[in-house]
Design a protein around this ligand. Structure first.
Ligand SMILES: [Zn+2]
Length: 750
C-alpha cells in the first residue's frame, strides 16, 4: 500500500478532556443519519454504541501479536496459516467462511548481486540487520530478502546516472545536461512517485537497469532518530515492493481481466505486459553511499540533494556497477478469506469490507493494523447479529492475499465474480496500513456526506473532540494551499480525496465501477518501516499506534460505514458533492491548459531569442530546455454543460427528503438505481491504451502510479501533449456526466 507522509508529534495534553466529551457525543442518539428515518436513526445510533463497546484493544493486540510473529508473504506457508487463522476466527463468530484460492505467477529472488567494479570494488550487502532491541527482526525464517517483485531478470554492467526521483521532470532536467540514459544504469531515490514508475520511465529513456534507494533525507536520519532509538529508517533498511506496471493493469500478470482460477487461459510470461522491461533492485542508503560517492559529472541542483554526507553528482559514471538478478518464476496458490453474514432483508445487496493479510515481512503496520481493525468490527457485527440485530443487507468481510505484489488477491476475486458484483455490490470499504493522527478518507464523491456524518459521530481518542473537528483543524493550519485552508473554515463537509491506486479498492472502483472508500489514520505515526524488516509489532506499538488507540478508532469508523450501508432504508449516496468536485476538476483542467500554454509560449520565446543562452553558465553543462509544441485552445464547453446538467439533477435530488413515502417496492428500485449509479462513470472500452481501467473520473496516473488523475482521459492527454485526442476525451467524459445526470433525474421521478 501507499506510504503516508509523516507529520509532527502531537501534544497529548488535550487527552485530559476525553472522558467528558466522549459522553456528550455518545449520549445524543437523536442526530439524524442520512438514509434512516427518525426512528431508525435512534436505533442505529444505539446499535453503534453497542458496536463501540464490543471493540477491545486487548483483542486487537492479541491478533496483531499472533499474525506479525513471523514473515508471511503471499505464496509462503505462513501466508496460508494467516488465512486459516482469520478463517477460523470468522467461523467461530458465526460467519459463513470460504477460502477462495487462485493460482498466480509470483517471482521471488534467486540471485541478487550488486557490485561496483570501477573506480573501486564494493559488494553491496543487500541485507537488513537484525537488532537486539527488536526480537522480531531476528525471526528471519522465510524472510523475503529485499527485491522488487516483477522486475525483469538479467545481468548488466554499466555506468551510473543519478535520476533523482525518476519523474518525467527529472528526466527533462537530465536531458538539459545532455545526459543520455541509453545503455546506463539509473540510480533513483525512493519517494515522490510510485516506485514502479521509476524503472518504467528509465527504460523508456534507454536505461538498462534501475537501482532504487531510500535517501535518509526522506525517511531516515534526515527526518529524525532512526530505529530502534526512533521510528525512522535504519541505515540497512530497504523498501521492498512491486514494480509491476499496475497503471496498465493490476492483478496476476498472466490473466488480465479474468480470474486466475486453476484452468484459466494464461498468457506466456514473455507476453505479460506488466513485467518491467529492465532489472530493478531496491537497496539501503548504506549500500548506496559508496556508489554515489564514486560518481562525478555535474553537481545536482539543490532540490535533488539528499542527506548523505557527500556532494551528489549526476554522472554518468565514472562509477560503474554490475547488477545480476534472477528469480524463481513460480506459480503459487493464494488464499482469500471470504466471510459472509447474510442480510436479513436484502440478501442480494452486498456491502463489501476488505483488507489484505499478506505482508512483505512481519507486516505489523502494513497490512495488519487495518486487518485487526476489520477483525474487531467483524466480531462485533456478528455478536450484534446473534443478539437480534442482523444487518438488513449481506455483509462480506474479505481478507485478501497477495496485495503486496500487485493487488492480486482482490483483483482476481473481483474479475472472477465481476458479473455478480456489478449486480449486487452496494459499496466496497477498504483499509490497509494505518497509524495515528487524522482520519483520511478517499473515495467516491457520492459518499462525501456519508463519511462526514460518520467522522462527526466518532470521537478522537487523544483529544476527545470528533474526528471531523480534528480533521478540520488540521486542514485549517496545514492545508496544502489557501483554498483548502479557506474551505476548512467555510465548507460544511470535508472533501474526500479521489482515489488513484495503491490498495485493494482498485479493482472494485476502477474496474467494476463500485462506489468505494479507503480509510486510514495518518499524520502522527512516525516511521521509515514501510516494507522493511522493521515493520514489526515492536515498531508499530512503540511508534505508530501505542495502545492501538487508533486501530480501535478505525474499527469504529469502518464498522459504522459497513453497518450504515447495510441497514440504511435509503442508501446514503448523494450527488451535489460529486458535482462540486467534478466541477472543480473541470476548472483545474482549464487552468492546466492555460498555464501550460503560457509557459510553453514564454519558454519557446526565451529559447529562440537567446535569453537562456545569456543566463546559463557557458562553463557548465546545463543547456536550455527543448522547444515544445504550442498548446492549442480546447473547448471545455461540452464538459461544462454536462456538469450543469449534473448540478441541476443533483440539486433536485438533494432538495427531496431522503426518506419519503415510497412503497417498499419503489424503495428497492430506488436503492438499486442509487448503488449502480457509480457504474455509469465507467465505459466498457476503458481508458485509451489501458482498457482494464474503466472509470473515467478517477484513475491512477500512467506516469505517477498511485497518484490519482481525475478526469484522466482529458487530463493525461493534455499533460502528455497528445493534443489531438483531447476533444474526443472531453466528449467522452461529458457523455458520462450526462448519463449520470439522467440517472439522477430517473431517481427524482420515483
Ligand atoms: Zn498494504
Amino acid at each position: 500500500m501507499k506510504p503516508e507522509t509523516f507529520g509532527i508529534i502531537s501534544s497529548i495534553c488535550a487527552a485530559l478532556f476525553i472522558a467528558t466529551i466522549t459522553q456528550v457525543i455518545a449520549a445524543d442518539d437523536t442526530r439524524p443519519i442520512a438514509g434512516f428515518s427518525e426512528q431508525a436513526s435512534i436505533k442505529q445510533h444505539q446499535l453503534e454504541t453497542r458496536l463501540d463497546e464490543k471493540i477491545k484493544a486487548e483483542e486487537l493486540d492479541e491478533w496483531l501479536k499472533h499474525m506479525s510473529a513471523k514473515p508471511h508473504h503471499a505464496g509462503s506457508a505462513a501466508s496460508k496459516e494467516t488465512a486459516e487463522y482469520i478463517a477460523q476466527l470468522m467461523s467461530s463468530w458465526g460467519y459463513q467462511v470460504k477460502i477462495e484460492e487462485f493460482e498466480i505467477l509470483l517471482p521471488t529472488p534467486r540471485v541478487r548481486e550488486l557490485e561496483m567494479v570501477y573506480p573501486e570494488n564494493y559488494h553491496a550487502a543487500l541485507r537488513e540487520d537484525s537488532l537486539p532491541e527488536d526480537p522480531s527482526t531476528s525471526v528471519r525464517d522465510n524472510l523475503l530478502e529485499p527485491y522488487n517483485a516483477f522486475s525483469a531478470e538479467g545481468e548488466v554492467e554499466a555506468e551510473l546516472v543519478f535520476i533523482n526521483y525518476g519523474r518525467p521532470e527529472d528526466h527533462e532536467y537530465l536531458e538539459r545536461h545532455g545526459i543520455d540514459l541509453t545503455g546506463k544504469i539509473a540510480i533513483a531515490k525512493y519517494g515522490k512517485t510510485w516506485r514502479g514508475i521509476k524503472p518504467k520511465l528509465a527504460a523508456e529513456k534507454g536505461a538498462i537497469a534501475t537501482i532504487i534507494y531510500s535517501d535518509p533525507a526522506d525517511d531516515g536520519y534526515g527526518k529524525g532518530d532512526v530505529y530502534p532509538k526512533g521510528a525512522f529508517k535504519h541505515e540497512s533498511g530497504v523498501q521492498r515492493g512491486s514494480v509491476m506496471d499496475m497503471p496498465t493493469y493490476p492483478g496476476d500478470v498472466l490473466t488480465p481481466g479474468i480470474g486466475a482460477s486453476k484452468n484459466a487461459k494464461r498468457l506466456k510470461i514473455k507476453d505479460a505486459a506488466t513485467i518491467t522491461k529492465i532489472p530493478v533492485l531496491p537497496i539501503s542508503h548504506r549500500d548506496a553511499l559508496p556508489l554515489l560517492s564514486a560518481m562525478d559529472g555535474a553537481v545536482v541542483p539543490p532540490e535533488w540533494r539528499g542527506a548523505l554526507p557527500i556532494t551528489y553528482h549526476l554522472g554518468p559514471g565514472p562509477a560503474k556497477v554490475r547488477l545480476k538478478l534472477a528469480f524463481n518464476w513460480d506459480m503459487v496458490t493464494i488464499y482469500n478469506v471470504i466471510a459472509r453474514l447474510k442480510g436479513a432483508k436484502f440478501p442480494n445487496e452486498w456491502v463489501i469490507r476488505g483488507n489484505h493479510h499478506d505482508g512483505w515481512n512481519h507486516g505489523a503496520s502494513d497490512p495488519l493494523s487495518g486487518q485487526i481493525a476489520m477483525l474487531a468490527e467483524a466480531k462485533a457485527v456478528a455478536e450484534l447479529a446473534a443478539a437480534g440485530s442482523p444487518p438488513a443487507r449481506t455483509i462480506i468481510y474479505a481478507s485478501w492475499d497477495a496485495e503486496e505484489p500487485g493487488l492480486i488477491g482482490s483483483t482476481e476475486w473481483a474479475e472472477l465474480h465481476a458479473k455478480e458484483l456489478k449486480k449486487k455490490a452496494v459499496a466496497y470499504i477498504n483499509t490497509d496500513g494505518s497509524s495515528r493522527g487524522f482520519l483520511s478518507v478517499g473515495g467516491s464523491h457520492t459518499l462525501e456526506n456519508f463519511f462526514n456524518e460518520i467522522s462527526a459521530d466518532v470521537t478522537d481518542p487523544q483529544t476527545g473532540v470528533s474526528l471531523k473537528q480534528r480533521q478540520r483543524a488540521n486542514l485549517k493550519l496545514n492545508g496544502t494551499d489557501e483554498t483548502i485552508k479557506k474551505e476548512a473554515r467555510e465548507r460544511k463537509n470535508i472533501r474526500i480525496a479521489p482515489l488513484g491506486s495503491g490498495s485493494d479498492y482498485t479493482p472494485f472502483l476502477q474496474h467494476l465501477g463500485i462506489a468505494s472508500a479507503n480509510l486510514a489514520f495518518s499524520g502522527h505515526g512516525d516511521g521509515g518501516s514501510y516494507h522493511t524488516l522493521y515493520d514489526t509489532y515492536e515498531h508499530f506499538t512503540t511508534w505508530r499506534d501505542p495502545g492501538l488507540l487508533y486501530c480501535v478508532t478505525l474499527a469504529k469508523v469502518a464498522g459504522r460505514a459497513t453497518l450504515r450501508l447495510a441497514n440504511a432504508e435509503i442508501l446514503p449516496f448523494e450527488y451535489t458533492a460529486l458535482h462540486d468536485n467534478v466541477n472543480m476538476y473541470i476548472g483545474e483542467l482549464e487552468k492546466l491548459a492555460e498555464t501550460m500554454r503560457t509557459e510553453t509560449e514564454n519558454r519557446n520565446r526565451d529559447i529562440a531569442d537567446g535569453t537562456y543562452a545569456l543566463v546559463l553558465d557557458p562553463q557548465k553543462t546545463l543547456g536550455p530546455p527543448m522547444v515544445q509544441n504550442a498548446v492549442p485552445y480546447f473547448s471545455f464547453a461540452p464538459l461544462k454543460n454536462a456538469a450543469l446538467h449534473l448540478e441541476q439533477a443533483a440539486l433536485t435530488f438533494a432538495s427531496r427528503s431522503s426518506i419519503e413515502t415510497r412503497t417498499a417496492k419503489q424503495n428497492r428500485k430506488f436503492n438499486r438505481l442509487l448503488y449502480t449509479s457509480e457504474r455509469l462513470l465507467t465505459l466498457d472500452a476503458g481508458l485509451a491504451g489501458r482498457n482494464w481501467f474503466k472509470h473515467h473520473i478517477y484513475a491512477p496516473g500512467f506516469y505517477t502510479g498511485y497518484g490519482v488523475k481525475t478526469l484522466p482521459g482529458v487530463r493525461e492527454n493534455i499533460e502528455q501533449r497528445n493534443y489531438d485526442t483531447v476533444p474526443d476525451e472531453i466528449e467522452k467524459a461529458a457523455g458520462i456526466l450526462h448519463k449520470m445526470a439522467q440517472r439522477i433525474e430517473e431517481l427524482n421521478e420515483i
